[in-house]
Design a protein around this ligand. Structure first.
Ligand SMILES: [Zn+2]
Length: 320
């Protein structure tokens, strides 16, 4: 057999001379493993290995290598390696660190297939780090539902507030039941609604900026207290000590609250603040251009904390 077709060997501990079976991955990598470790971790393997084992290389279709039966599996080596490491005692192999969404899902699916229940939940927990959640919140939610992990569902639902209320299709959507998905949509909608109280009652702003000169840019004043010339709100809906806000700020607030219905999260505020700062620069008002950017970013921190306070009170109505 040429070197190119010979199944590759793997690293410690799957090269052990005393191993009693070989698992061959779909990409032709041989893992020499101990049946005992796999049987202890999984009833699937326990049953498989309890079946009469071929002992004579001549009397069976089973392939043998170095006197050990070779069991082909459908997982590739990238999936099989971490899965087996999870099965092994920590004295022989540390639990692998999984960082890529697709890799984690593949190991998770394999753990499910082989009834590795404890490993399934350990693997699932690897998904719930902020980096993966930021980019894959809905997919993580679906997997947490499938694994029936309550706390992880709640966490993923919170990250999913960064997605539109009606999201686009995602690969793992089939894992979610209609009622679980309805719970997610209801939670998202409730969060969007809960925030609107900040629009109707602006005491959270006036409590922070007690005098108009705490945020002069909001009311169209420069730092000397002179009117900057920007158009003031015609509605006069919001005032600081009787000073109406400028129109650009009122427009910013209206568009932010509208966007927060769809995506009730900090990122919506951040984006709208940056957009407002750009608009201020385009207006060529020297006063607003110099004071509004820092003031608005500081305001974003206040706004975000109020939004998060309200969202924390909303519950995802889903129990397993
Ligand atoms: Zn101005």
């Amino acid at each position: 057999m040429s070197a190119s077709t010979e199944p590759s060997c793997v690293l410690v501990p799957f090269d052990h001379v005393k191993a009693d079976i070989i698992l061959r991955s779909s990409d032709d990598v041989d893992f020499r493993v101990f049946k005992l470790f796999l049987s202890l971790a999984s009833p699937f393997f326990e049953t498989l290995f309890d079946l009469p084992q071929p002992s004579d290389e001549m009397s069976t279709d089973v392939e043998f290598k170095d006197g050990l039966p070779v069991v082909p599996v459908s997982e590739d080596s990238k999936t099989l390696d971490p899965l087996l490491r999870f099965c092994y005692p920590c004295t022989l192999s540390e639990d692998p660190v999984l960082e890529d969404f697709r890799d984690i899902v593949n190991v998770f699916e394999a753990a499910k297939k082989y009834s590795l229940d404890a490993i399934e939940s350990t693997v699932c927990k690897s998904l719930f780090n902020p980096k993966i959640l930021e980019a894959n919140s809905l997919r993580c939610f679906a997997i947490a539902c499938r694994a029936r992990m309550q706390n992880e569902c709640v966490l993923a639902a919170k990250y999913a507030l960064q997605e539109p209320l009606v999201p686009t299709w995602f690969e793992e959507i089939e894992l979610v039941t209609a009622s679980e998905f309805l719970s997610l949509l209801t939670y998202h909608k409730k969060c969007g609604d809960a925030i609107q109280v900040l629009k109707d009652n602006d005491s959270w702003i006036t409590a922070e900026y007690r005098q108009w000169n705490a945020a002069p840019w909001m009311c169209g004043y420069n730092s000397n207290g002179n009117y900057c010339g920007c158009t003031r709100s015609a509605s006069g809906r919001f005032t600081l000590n009787g000073h109406a806000s400028v129109q650009w700020w009122e427009t910013f607030m209206d568009s932010t609250f509208a966007d927060l219905r769809d995506k009730p999260c900090a990122e919506t505020i951040r984006k709208n603040v940056e957009k407002a700062i750009q608009i201020v620069h385009q207006r060529n008002c020297n006063s607003c251009s110099s004071t509004a950017p820092a003031g608005m970013r500081e305001f974003a921190t206040l706004f975000t904390s109020k939004v998060e306070e309200l969202i924390t009170k909303v519950e995802l109505d889903m129990k397993f």
